[in-house]
Design a protein around this ligand. Structure first.
Ligand code: ARG
Length: 464
């Protein structure tokens, strides 16, 4: 074999000198795209089966190819496969090995196909598998949240706006707000899957192929919902990957917001919750430290997924039809977006059910922050005072409380009556934290009863 052929057996025909050594390494993708080996083999086996059905391959040829590819998969999984940068990518590595193993028949596998439709098919198969795994982790996290929300349906904490105490809420209600964010993430994930699950194979390099292929058959064998309808679009479209990164970035953004609250709440200043030691680490200099590393890291990792979305959008924006080598750059951002989201979801699904609220501290924080001021204003409205006036009256009562270091619920009736003679004994029920949360008893409200009902509805919708 000449030097030129040895370097790249699969496309060397028209070349008169071998590839520059640096260019070879620079243009190769095998170091990262080998992770799609399973999907590459799956796609090749379906393609070969279809070619035999339409008479392009004999059944003996097909059987040799299917068996050879099964063995290659095993070699890879046993760590025995020799990946070669000279063979550029996962596709040519596997094809070259097939020809080594079964001889000339191996060279027939690529009939009616191109690496352009092959790689587009591999990424879609790969992403589809990953979406299904992500969905499992997301569901685990969501059902852990529902269990916790049910347990904490009546636990009282301050609700915040501007990070200032606003009104009392139940911790279960706050957890269900997180749940709603994740529920929308899951809808986006499953919706994206529909557009991922389309088959490019058969588009060949860009224009289709002259062989009598049956794309519907390959489509069925690979479990795709439908074929990509246009061959030029099939080999060049990566918007499914962009869409995935967009939903991954949004999902990481939600996890990051949750992380921020966990970081705040585990601080000595809030002390609302404890995270078990196994999700935290210490400091090498300050012996007292227990740091919430998992939420901090998830918050930090959100940035890289946002970056991957921008990478892919930028990668696509000026590409003329059809396939361009630029698209080889789609894989690392996509792979890392999947890995980062998967790791973050897994950590959260493990950690969230284990968090321990400090119920007394939460309750005390709600009690101290004049959180029932709106309840007092609403009470005066029920006594016939217009809301704007009652707002003013309660504002004065709060100012008095601030100066006396007394919450509304700790004032005597005569103290309260300084501000309005409409205030009677029945006010104290309104000023309790329980009274405040239970009064918000409508769908989407914070009342414990509503939290329990929302958990039940969510469980039913998840089938969990
Ligand atoms: N490694 C390439 C990629 O990731 C495979 C397709 C290459 N096609 C080509 N005509 N060079 O996109």
């Amino acid at each position: 074999m000449s030097d030129k052929q040895q370097q790249n057996k699969l496309w060397g025909g028209r070349f008169s000198e071998s590839t520059d050594a640096f260019v070879q390494a620079f243009t190769a993708s095998v170091l990262f795209d080998q992770r799609m080996y399973r999907q590459d083999i799956q796609g090749s086996q379906a393609h070969a089966s279809m070619l035999a059905e339409v008479g392009v391959l004999t059944t003996e040829e097909r059987d040799a190819i299917l068996k050879g590819l099964d063995e290659i998969r095993q070699e890879i999984e046993d760590g025995e496969f020799q990946w070669s940068v000279a063979l550029e990518d996962v596709h040519m590595n596997i094809e070259a090995r097939l020809t080594d193993k079964i001889g000339i028949t191996g060279k027939k596998l690529h009939t009616g196909r191109s690496r352009n439709d092959q790689v587009a098919t591999d990424i879609r198969l790969w992403l589809r598998d990953e979406i299904d795994l992500l969905d499992g982790e997301l569901l685990r996290l969501m059902s852990g949240l529902l269990d916790l929300a049910e347990r904490e349906a009546a636990t009282i904490m301050p609700g915040f706006t501007h990070l200032q105490t606003a009104q009392p809420v139940t911790f279960g209600h706050h957890l269900l707000a997180w749940f709603e964010m994740l529920k929308r993430d899951r809808e986006r994930l499953l919706d994206c899957r529909k557009r991922v699950n389309r088959m490019p194979l058969g588009a060949a390099a860009l224009a289709g192929t002259t062989y009598p292929i049956k794309r519907e058959r390959t489509c069925e064998l690979l479990g795709f919902d439908a074929v990509c309808e246009n061959s030029l679009d099939a080999v060049s479209d990566r918007d499914f990957a962009i869409e995935f990164c967009a939903l991954a970035a949004l999902s990481m953004t939600h996890l990051s917001r949750i992380s921020e609250e966990l970081v705040l709440w585990t601080s000595a200043q809030f002390n609302f919750i404890d995270l078990p030691d196994r999700f935290c680490t210490g400091s090498s200099i300050m012996p007292q430290k227990k740091n919430p590393d998992v939420p901090e890291l998830v918050r930090g990792k959100t940035g890289r997924v946002n970056g991957h979305l921008i990478s892919l959008l930028t990668l696509m924006k000026s590409q003329p039809l059809a396939y361009n080598k630029d698209n080889q750059e789609d894989k690392e951002p996509l792979f890392d977006a999947v890995d980062t989201l998967a790791g973050s979801l897994r950590a959260f699904a493990d950690m969230i059910p284990a968090l321990e609220p400090n119920r007394e501290v939460m309750r005390e924080a709600a009690r101290r922050g004049f959180a029932t001021a709106t309840d007092l204003a609403d009470y005066l409205v029920r006594k016939g005072i217009p809301f704007r006036d009652s707002h003013e009256i309660v504002g004065k009562a709060v100012a008095y409380g601030v100066s006396k270091k007394k919450d509304l619920g700790d004032m005597s009736l005569s103290e309260l009556r300084q501000f309005s003679d409409q205030i009677d004994d029945d006010v104290f029920e309104v000023l309790t934290l329980e009274g405040s949360v239970s009064a918000r008893n409508h769908i989407g409200g914070t009342a414990p009863e509503q939290v329990r009902a929302a958990v039940a509805r969510a469980r039913e919708a998840l089938g969990a």
